[in-house]
Design a protein around this ligand. Structure first.
Ligand SMILES: [Zn+2]
Length: 440
């Protein structure tokens, strides 16, 4: 009868009912989630035409969780774990396909952590769905209460808090912080990262600690554009991702120097014949020629000196060094404190240039192959960043410098690993085929 009077009226069933793009009723939530899975699949399939580094950057920052977050915050998606898992599996398989790194359960567990916890930042929807909805509801509870004058919203907030507490067996965030999603997820991610560290052997511990440091993850935040020097080649990106997540980097083989290279490619970082080690040193060092007149008497000179006084009327001399996080000498340190291999090298450099200390500010620049900095190096870059920001007027200049260095270390480490393949370096055709295979 009604349709006869208004034939053009659109009839919307409960499972399709939406307001501002969010399902209004519980019947519509699962369908809305599955629609997102389909859309994400279509968009993610388009990423294959881009260089891998750009594709993975877009997957992380635009297509994965960011695409779903509005829905997670406005509807009770957390009640539909199967649909959330389908979404997460779509992202996992796309990440595996793009990076050519096998996303086994252990690898994926780390990849799905935010970068500051050592992951790739491909955070799982299933992990944040409850936190997203609970924080969203806590954020609007007071306003809703002032409009509807009912306690139903507060009661729902309490129920959600209890659900979260029992699910994660942890205390809920403080009341004033419950409107922040990050307050809830930080607890979850800290628990996951701590558990991974507790179950790890020394090599894995060193890797996880290094991956969480702000310097070693800076490359993941860099805009992957070649003109800025921040775009990693596909083969380098694959190795950087695999080394970060502890996935196999290559088949075990014999290095061109005769040593054995394991599947994690560690030997490449300490091999005397690896090209990347020298390349990294050269790129990290701004001076191309060691300055004359700074000889300590044994023919060894620091890498560079400033033309003008740096501090207290003294010019700055610097010397660059890159230590391998996993080297036998350092693993005892780095499996407890990230950056401690670089710290040992800093102290060695200070002793080495002790004779120059009365005329110069001696600055060791010590990095690790995983991308961490020594404590003195970190402090130096903080000072340098402040100076660059003052000159450029851009408050992010320091961050851009850190991203650039971080990218360069990843590139150098990848080149070092590839440098262990003697025959591939000598035969460009095979090497090219190997690199092309990375993209498929
Ligand atoms: Zn070697």
């Amino acid at each position: 009868m009604f349709m006869e009077v208004a034939p053009d009226m659109r009839v919307v069933t409960a499972d399709k009912l939406e307001l501002l793009g969010s399902p209004l009723l519980a019947e519509a939530v699962e369908g809305a989630l599955m629609k997102k899975v389909g859309q994400t699949q279509v968009l993610a399939d388009q990423l294959g035409i881009l260089p891998t580094h750009q594709a993975i950057f877009l997957l992380k920052n635009c297509l994965s969780l960011p695409k779903l977050l509005y829905l997670l915050r406005t509807a009770e998606c957390w009640q539909y774990p199967d649909a959330l898992q389908k979404f997460d599996e779509t992202i996992r398989s796309k990440a595996e396909q793009l990076t050519n790194v096998s996303m086994t359960n252990t690898v994926w567990e780390q990849a799905a952590l935010p970068t500051r916890f050592g992951g790739l930042g491909l955070v799982k929807a299933a992990d944040v769905a409850l936190a997203a909805y609970a924080s969203s509801l806590h954020g609007v509870a007071d306003v809703v209460h002032s409009i509807v004058r009912s306690n139903s919203v507060q009661e729902k907030c309490t129920r959600l808090t209890e659900a979260w507490t029992s699910c994660y067996t942890a205390d809920a965030p403080r009341t004033e912080n419950r409107r922040f999603q990050s307050a809830w997820t930080a607890v979850q991610h800290t628990r996951t990262a701590t558990r991974m560290l507790e179950n790890a052997d020394v090599i894995t511990r060193a890797r996880l600690l290094a991956a969480s440091s702000s310097e070693s993850r800076a490359w993941l935040a860099a805009l992957p554009v070649s003109i800025f020097g921040n775009l990693l080649e596909d083969a380098h990106l694959r190795i950087a991702v695999a080394r970060r997540l502890g996935a196999p980097v290559c088949q075990p083989h014999v290095c061109r120097c005769g040593s054995t290279v394991d599947s994690l490619g560690h030997h490449g970082l300490v091999c005397k014949l690896a090209k990347g080690r020298h390349g990294t040193h050269a790129v990290l060092n701004a001076a191309t020629k060691e300055p004359s007149g700074l000889d300590r008497g044994d023919g060894k000179r620091p890498d560079g000196v400033t033309a003008f006084p740096w501090r207290n009327g003294k010019p700055l001399v610097w010397d660059v060094t890159v230590a391998d996080t996993f080297a036998q000498t350092y693993i005892g340190h780095t499996s407890r404190v990230p950056g401690s291999a670089a710290e040992v090298r800093e102290n060695q450099k200070l002793r080495k240039y002790d004779g120059l200390a009365d005329r110069y500010v001696v600055q060791p620049l010590a990095f690790e192959t995983t991308g961490t900095f020594g404590p003195l190096t970190k402090k130096f870059f903080k000072d340098l960043s402040r100076k660059i920001c003052e000159c450029s007027g851009n408050p992010r200049s320091g961050e851009f410098l850190r991203q650039r260095i971080s990218t360069e270390i990843q590139r150098g480490s990848a080149v070092s690993v590839l440098g262990t393949f003697n025959e591939m370096r000598d035969n460009e055709d095979v090497f090219l085929a190997f690199r092309l295979a990375d993209r498929e």
